[in-house]
Design a protein around this ligand. Structure first.
Ligand code: PMV
Length: 308
């Protein structure tokens, strides 16, 4: 018997970092990349093995208790009240790692979903998201929960930590170009740096977080009413506040400037920052030109997506 499940990547449109401190954020699934997990029944007595193809790792439940994917599998068994099955889980992902696109959450979500399916108990999106959040907490410091939420529900979400989870829908499609600096940047490093800076200057940082929250709320309204002319400048304002909290980088800013110079309505880093990816809102007829300009400006990889 074979069970397969997938989970998409994600893009944060507005509100990263501030979302950790209780402000709203807008995030959307990125379906052009995904993690895929397959579970096959194994020989009697083989136990449960997780094979992460991209990492060239083969992990058993007993040997690697703290590893994210092993922890994921254990949480699924606990949640379902099941004993360890004899099975092989293989997981593979096309989502670039450590680049702000939610690869860790997607890989965990795909593994959990496939294993639950294999055991005859498909998980609801909500249960899956709660489970992946537990893994994120161990492996990513103090996550807000937005990654697991958008990756598990696979829908655009307006999210406030521990409080609000609302789907939202653009009134007009948003064409986004995503440019990768090629600089790996683990989320926990950026989140930790912001936490330290916030501890030094709580009121200064909280003022900025509130401004980001206000931009996110204005952006939601603009996106839902189809006022795309307003969305781009809000992205660029969000970016300048991300610069002020210290999570931008010269490479990100070079790509952001290049995209705007090529006609994008606005651009910003997306995710943890300090490297990873930037996003630009481009009129559909300029998507190709913005993409080519990003490559010339040094992007290591460019993707396009349309949020509907
Ligand atoms: O770098 P990513 O894709 O994992 O995004 C992290 C988003 C942050 O707001 C920086 C952290 C969080 O937990 O919300």
């Amino acid at each position: 018997m074979t069970s397969t499940a997938t989970a998409p990547g994600k893009i944060i449109l507005f509100g990263e970092h501030a979302v950790v401190y209780g402000q709203p954020a807008l995030a959307v699934p990125l379906t052009t990349v995904e993690a895929t997990a397959t579970v096959r029944s194994g020989a009697r007595g083989s136990g449960l093995i997780v094979e992460a193809i991209d990492l060239n790792a083969r992990l058993s439940l007993t040997q690697s208790a703290t590893e994210a994917l092993v922890m994921t599998a254990k949480l699924v068994l606990n949640h379902l009240g099941k004993a360890e099955p004899d099975a092989l889980i293989t997981v593979q992902s096309t989502i670039p790692i450590a680049s702000g696109l939610g690869s860790g959450a997607a890989v965990s979500a795909a593994v959990a979903r496939a294993l639950a399916l294999h055991l005859g108990h498909p998980m609801t999106d909500g249960d899956l998201s709660a489970l992946v959040y537990e893994v994120e907490k161990v492996h990513h410091g103090t996550p807000s929960g937005i990654d697991n939420t958008v990756v598990c529900y696979a829908k655009p979400v307006y999210f406030i930590r521990d409080k609000t989870l609302e789907p939202f829908q653009p009134a007009r499609p948003l064409s986004l170009v995503i440019g990768d600096t090629g600089i790996a940047s683990p989320t926990r490093v950026a989140v930790g740096a912001v936490r330290e800076a916030w501890q030094q200057d709580p009121s200064g940082y909280e003022t900025i977080f509130r401004e980001i929250g206000a931009i996110t709320n204005a952006a939601r309204q603009a996106v839902e009413s189809g006022d795309l002319a307003a969305v781009g400048p809000l992205m660029t304002r969000n970016q300048s506040l991300l610069e002020r909290i210290g999570v931008s980088s010269p490479e990100l800013e070079r790509l952001i400037q290049a995209a705007i110079g090529a006609g994008a309505g606005g651009a910003k880093l997306s995710g943890g920052g300090l490297g990873g990816n930037m996003i630009a809102l481009a009129p559909p007829q300029l998507v190709r030109h913005v993409s080519e300009t990003l490559i010339r400006a040094g992007a290591k990889r460019v993707m396009q997506t349309v949020v509907t």
